[in-house]
Design a protein around this ligand. Structure first.
Ligand SMILES: NC(=O)c1ccc[n+]([C@@H]2O[C@H](COP(=O)([O-])OP(=O)(O)OC[C@H]3O[C@@H](n4cnc5c(N)ncnc54)[C@H](O)[C@@H]3O)[C@@H](O)[C@H]2O)c1
Length: 171
């Protein structure tokens, strides 16, 4: 199968790209090299230096390459930095993923794997963590930081946001 690996110049993406090649698949990598490294892309995978946020360009690339499946690892992933620069993280990770999904739709690609985070399982009771493990994120300070961030956006910046405790709009 021809697989597009986004973020294939990064840690998890490059290892996945190599595993796919070892399993006999063909691999195309899209990476903007913002945190990744050209040298990490395994031999045998074609690298396109490109932002996943450009849906039109990605759709064209998928059609030209005959991509049949997408594995999405292109993201910014530093928790501390994400709290300091939330809008940059939302734009890159959320808007980027949406653009990628639009490109998949345009190119008729229906197989999509998203690399989430193992942090949703908290401190695991066994390793490796099975997918059936209980979802138990153990970072309450993140929740507090999110609330402080919502408060700052709504009170200081004048944004309208959803109250995390109740689905009503705050002013
Ligand atoms: N590292 C882990 O232990 C781990 C565990 C579970 C899930 N994840 C998730 O896997 C994903 C990748 O993590 P990683 O540790 O490999 O990070 P990484 O920084 O090593 O790799 C991310 C890659 O994405 C690229 N990238 C970022 N934004 C891009 C964009 N807009 N367009 C194109 N390329 C872009 C970067 O250049 C980099 O090569 C993240 O979503 C992370 O949350 C990581």
């Amino acid at each position: 199968m021809k697989v597009l690996v986004t973020g294939g110049a990064g840690y998890i993406g490059s290892v996945t790209a190599q595993a796919l090649l070892d399993a006999g698949h063909r691999v195309v990598v899209v990476d903007d090299l913002s945190t990744g490294h050209r040298a990490a892309v395994p031999e045998g995978a074609r690298l396109h230096v490109q932002d996943v946020g450009d849906a039109a360009a990605l759709g064209r690339l998928m059609a030209a390459e005959g991509v049949e499946a997408v594995m999405h690892f292109a993201a910014l992933s530093l928790v501390g930095e994400s709290m300091q620069q939330p809008l940059r993280y939302y734009r890159n990770n959320v808007a980027g993923a949406l653009a990628l999904l639009e490109a998949c739709e345009a190119a008729g690609v229906q197989r999509f794997v998203l690399s989430s985070t193992a942090a949703v399982y908290g401190t695991p009771s066994s390793v490796p963590i099975p997918e059936t493990a209980e979802l138990r994120p153990d970072a309450p300070e993140l929740d507090e930081q999110m609330r402080a961030w919502y408060q700052r956006l709504t009170q200081e910046e004048g944004f309208y946001m959803l109250d995390p405790d109740a689905p009503t709009l705050l002013e």
